[in-house]
Ligand binder design. Structure first.
Ligand code: PLP
Length: 391
């Protein structure tokens, strides 16, 4: 028989993909399924972005590009990030990658090995922990608490740092909770990090432009005192409804960027060339579609919160960012994963059980409101009906 390396026995996955597969299966069997499980905008990529890719294909952009991305695109990323964060960003520090996940993969591979600690948010994007375990590093969960507005706590994060800590993963606005960490808390964390100059920070800001109630996104790159150890993860997937294009970017400290370039050369060579032209059009073209999409998510967010809070045993905090709500279902008496599974199989509503995002996710389910208001209302009515019959 084959003998594969042990790392592959430790690799996890994202249950959202399994839920999507099951929901698709059920729909194929003729069941009426409403999907509040998947984490992708239900909008099409704006037309001018699609056209830029088509034009690039017709213009013969069919070959390899530089491993870190075409220069005009890296320049556009640098300008866009600089505008939004106030940080001076050089195109030389930008790496265009096939999706935000690849930044995670590169950063965690770079710092993770047996004996190293990596801090990550729990509940949080499941791939963080999966990749940390893959490398053999020790995953250290930073609890993300509802009573803290689903923001990360600087105090709790700092208390978990030890001389073994190599990397801290942060995510705001957050998946799966919709939490946004206030600037005051980030200020405290950054101040505390002065004591730990060898700790790197990967800041996953992929939902940075999906933020509500007039709140402003605070980027970790906006702090000059830690800029030389921040890896910024961002991309096109969520902001421009481009999940299937596989387009992400990262900004790396100068000391690390060449290592990523080499990883790219070894692994993916470069991102699909026409997609890079689409990414360029996204950043340099009109932003109306982004604003319209965020405004629509904002409206749906209120519908989800209002309707979920009418259900007996459920309380749903108002998410401040991203397009997820993370209702608390503890008073229903259900555990989250069996509930999510029963909702899909019996009520025809796909959701994700909180424990799929970490042990601190027990007692919650994640609802993605990347679906029409009509479907959201219908789905929540089904959840209500199911719980009334099954509490
Ligand atoms: N980071 C977070 C917090 C996410 O929720 C996701 C996708 O769901 C990603 C990164 C990955 O994005 P991409 O599809 O660009 O790989």
């Amino acid at each position: 028989m084959f003998q594969t390396v042990a790392n592959f026995d430790r690799i996890g996955e994202e249950n959202a993909f399994a839920v999507l597969a099951r929901a698709t299966d059920l729909a194929r069997q003729g069941r009426d399924i409403i999907n509040l499980g998947i984490g992708q905008p239900d909008f099409k990529t704006p037309e001018h972005i699609v056209e830029a890719a088509v034009k690039a294909l017709r213009d013969g952009e069919h070959g390899y590009t530089p491993a870190t991305g075409i220069l005009p695109l890296r320049e556009a990323v640098a300008a866009d990030v600089a505008k939004r964060t106030g940080a001076p960003v050089s195109p030389d520090n930008v790496v265009v990658v096939p999706g935000g996940k690849v930044t995670m993969f590169a950063a965690i591979l770079m710092f993770g090995e047996p004996g190293a600690d990596i801090l990550y948010p729990d509940p949080g994007f499941p791939i963080y922990r999966s990749m940390i375990e893959f490398t053999g590093a020790n995953p250290v969960a930073v609890p993300i608490r509802e009573e803290n507005g689903f923001a990360f706590s600087a105090e709790e994060t700092l208390a978990l740092i030890t001389p073994k800590t190599r990397l801290i993963i942060l995510n705001s606005p957050a998946n799966p909770t919709g939490g946004v960490t206030p600037k005051s808390e980030i200020d405290k964390l950054v101040a505390g990090l002065a004591k730990w100059p060898n700790v790197a920070i990967m800041s996953d800001e992929i939902y940075g432009q999906m933020i509500y109630d007039g709140l402003e996104h605070t980027s970790l790159l906006s702090y000059p005192e830690i800029r030389d150890r921040v890896i910024l993860l961002d991309g096109w997937s969520k902001t421009y409804a481009m999940t299937g294009w596989r387009m992400g970017y990262s900004v790396w400290p100068t000391a690390l960027v060449d290592k990523v370039r080499k990883l790219a050369v070894n692994c993916w060579s470069c991102v699909n060339a026409p997609a890079q032209f689409a990414g360029l059009a996204a950043l340099t073209g009109p932003q109306d579609a982004v604003h319209a999409m965020v405004a629509e998510f904002d409206r749906r967010r209120h519908v989800v919160v209002e309707e979920m809070n009418k259900i007996s045993g459920v309380s749903c905090a108002t998410p401040k960012g991203a397009f997820y709500a993370f209702p608390n279902i503890k008073a229903t008496g259900w555990k989250a994963k069996p509930l999510a599974s029963a909702l899909l199989e019996q009520a025809g509503v796909a959701t994700i059980g909180g424990p799929d995002f970490g042990i601190h996710g027990e007692g919650y389910i994640r609802l993605s409101y990347a679906n029409s208001t009509e479907n959201i209302r219908k789905a929540i009515a089904r959840i209500d009906e199911f719980l009334q019959a099954n509490i």
